[in-house]
Ligand binder design. Sequence first.
Ligand SMILES: [Zn+2]
Length: 260
Amino acid sequence: MAKLNIFIDGSWLFKACGKGSALSNRTEGAGPFRLDFERLCNALLAHAARANPNCTTIGERYLSTSILDIPADVEDWIDGTTIFDEDIQALRSSVHARDRFAQSALDANFDPSAIYRPKLRDWMLPKLRDRRFQEKLVDATVVALLVRSAIVNAGDYHVVLTGDADVLPAIRVAYPKYSENVFVATTHPDQLKSEARQSAFALHDFSSNVEPFYLDEHAAEFVDGDHVYTCSHCNKVFARSAPIPARARPCCSPCHNSRT
Ligand SMILES: [Zn+2]
């Protein structure tokens, strides 16, 4: 029996669930995508089992991300010239959202050891504001954990969830036999914005026996919610707290409103 080991670039996945992303556009209302990590693991396992029916259980679960630790005296840094109150407020809400995202992974039995909490330094704030702050530690961690797992558990399957072009060549170099049992889960290349086209190119160079798992195509399998449906008119995914009667065709709110 083979296991599926799961390695998530959490910083990428967090952004991939944001408003306006390929995943959010698959849902009714196109708000931030609410991801259920347990269902995501099961959807990935079902995908691996289609390639090899002996892959029946989930092994290691890692989510790597970096969540800044904001010092208590951060308000003292505000000088009105390089550091502004808005920077601190924006950072607080971003850290809060990332924290909740990481916690929901931990609640689904992900290993906490790859979640970094670096202390915020004042020089980081202008970079964060201009989106020039790079988190290379996360990419390197995902690659290292996956390659270690692939070497130790050579009979298992290993999936990397990423949209970062740098991760795939690194895996290919460190684990040349990757095509036998390593696969990628990402958003569909057609959905990528032009600045991210490089990832689609890297994916093309990463040919595996297991097809890539395109998250946006499987959104209904791992969106959070009690009763999840796919709209019979627009194909978007939506959740309801009460079930829709079995005889009725599922219809999302925007389609319902435009038809009545
Ligand atoms: Zn619809």
